[in-house]
Design a protein around this ligand. Sequence first.
Ligand code: ADP
Ligand code: MG
Ligand code: MG
Length: 541
Amino acid sequence: MSSTTFDFSRWPPTLTDTQIESLTLHGTTYALFNGLTYLPPGTTQPPSPSSAIHAPISLLPSPVPRSLFVAVQQLQSAYNVLYSRIAMDDDFLDKVMGAVEGAGKVDDFTGTLWRGWKDIRDEGIMQVSAPAFLEPLHLGLFRSDYLLHTGEEDGKLSFKQVEFNTISSSFGALSERAASMHRYLQALTNYYGVSSHLKPENFPANDSTKGLAEGLAEAHNAYGVSSAYILFVVQQNERNVFDQRWLEYELLQRHGIRAIRQTFEELATSATIDSSTRALRITIPSTLSPSGSDSSIEISAVYLRAGYTPSDYPTPTHFATRFTLERSRAVKCPTIPLQLAGGKKVQEVLSRPGMVERFVGETNARELRRTWMRMWSLDDSNLPIPLTCSATPRSANEPNGTTLARALANSLVLKPQREGGGNNVYKNDIPLFLETLPLQEREAWIAMELIVPPRGVGSYLVRAGTTGNNRSDSNGGGKRNKIVRAETVSELGIYGWSLFSRETGVRERGDVGWLMRTKGVESNEGGLAAGFSVLDSVVLV
Ligand code: ADP
Ligand code: MG
Ligand code: MG
């Protein structure tokens, strides 16, 4: 297999300054023109935007062994089914979130969501059948994230899962455009012949926009009211709006489905539920309705691009609004249980002996497990993993999970129940962090072995300069692009969707598209330090 012979440390091929300049000119122009864009920093909406900047991009795609790429794509359906089944298993989620007094109790944010969902279940409204009322459908637009891992003993590469996202899985539309940009640069310049790998047949297709919009359209169709809208719940100061807008345009153009965007603040006053049908309606000024007279619109599906992080819920009203949406009969992407299923704690629990096997057949379970690093809970006293190191507990009652985390700190990351980046604790920071972490909070954290990506691989990263008039920015200032050649790590995300309920069963697609994101090795999490995180694509090797 070619992957065994590909030398990652020789990537990227060397480009001259003139070649870099030319690729940057063509790449950034393509990006700006084709909506591979963000709103500029400091933009607040409304008012309507007056400018955009190109997304941070890589000039060349990053290498991925072909067989490994195909394997994780093929695995996506099993992941779709797994997480759909978890979201429909109330007892399992209650145990993980509550009965073990774990994440739910010690983590206010997750706990509030979980308790709100329990209250809704206790109200029994979801069972009302008037008329022929079905349990609302769950829609998952998923992204399973992986890093290439170098086997400790044999040095063999495999993909290991970082996490599975069940809410606000972003960058689908932009990743498709990053892939087309690289295809364009190849077609235009042949990358000046610098590498025999850079040819069209090694650039895999990526139709994420179409695939993700199809999931939303299926949800809309299942709801069965063609004039209804899909509601995009968005954050107030979102800069990644174009990634979302592409999905709206696709919904309208290909499927004839309208979308409306609202924040939780707006929904607090605009959203109502019909007491007999449980239909979700949004009040709008009648002058702004396409008919010129309607003062409210019905919502078929709620697509959350907000609501995954505590800062999205600054007041109890924000949570109340989320629960209003949950109570409606609109399809939710995701429902609260599906959001909870994507928690890091669930990921860890699944890795325990016999757990994932409860949800999928033996063969799939084996394949899924092959993509996991070892994980455990900090409060665990009964680790399935032997304490192989010379670990000594800090005190008589210290759980083995914590002792092991302290002893193996240098090859670990600790993760709380959070999404959206910037929450993890790495390596040397772990021992001190453990000193200060209150005993009862340990249950909300998981320890995960660090994936070890190939070293020495690099990329040319391009970021737009600030657009501010007089701002001198530390990166060279002005509006010039910043270009660096950096040693990098690339994270591959595989998209899939699933539409399901206990009544209808699971319908899913695992071939929806993919995302490649690349960052400088210096930063643990796509930070701002020496390198930065860019949108990338894949060259199969
Ligand atoms: P979030 O939901 O905040 O995105 P992640 O689990 O994806 O949380 O962690 C954020 C980042 O941390 C990842 O994008 C990856 O760069 C890094 N990371 C997470 N887990 C690991 C791991 N096991 N090994 C190496 N890096 C990791
Ligand atoms: Mg995440
Ligand atoms: Mg992540």
